[in-house]
Design a protein. Structure first.
Length: 83
């Protein structure tokens, strides 16, 4: 579980769509899961999923426009050539 914290400040963390905070709270929590595979020495293939259980101080309607924390969940596919 990943958590980030901060002090409530409605002037610094204003209410706005998508990135704002309806309650001026920057706190969040979530998780990151990843899997990597090396099919050969200098190549890494991987997948990563980031899930939010709390974003900008709330799990539901965090920005005052109806967005939920889970709306920020992301799925990544990656390929890295390592030297």
């Amino acid at each position: 579980m990943v958590r980030y914290r901060g002090t409530v400040d409605p002037l610094l963390y204003t209410q706005s769509a998508v990135t704002g905070s309806a309650n001026g709270n920057p706190r969040g929590a979530g998780y990151i899961g990843s899997f990597s595979y090396w099919p050969m020495q200098n190549l890494q293939l991987g997948v990563q999923y980031t899930g939010y259980t709390r974003f900008n101080g709330a799990s539901t309607n965090y920005d005052g426009a109806g967005r939920n924390a889970s709306g920020n969940n992301t799925f990544y596919l990656l390929a890295r050539f390592i030297f």
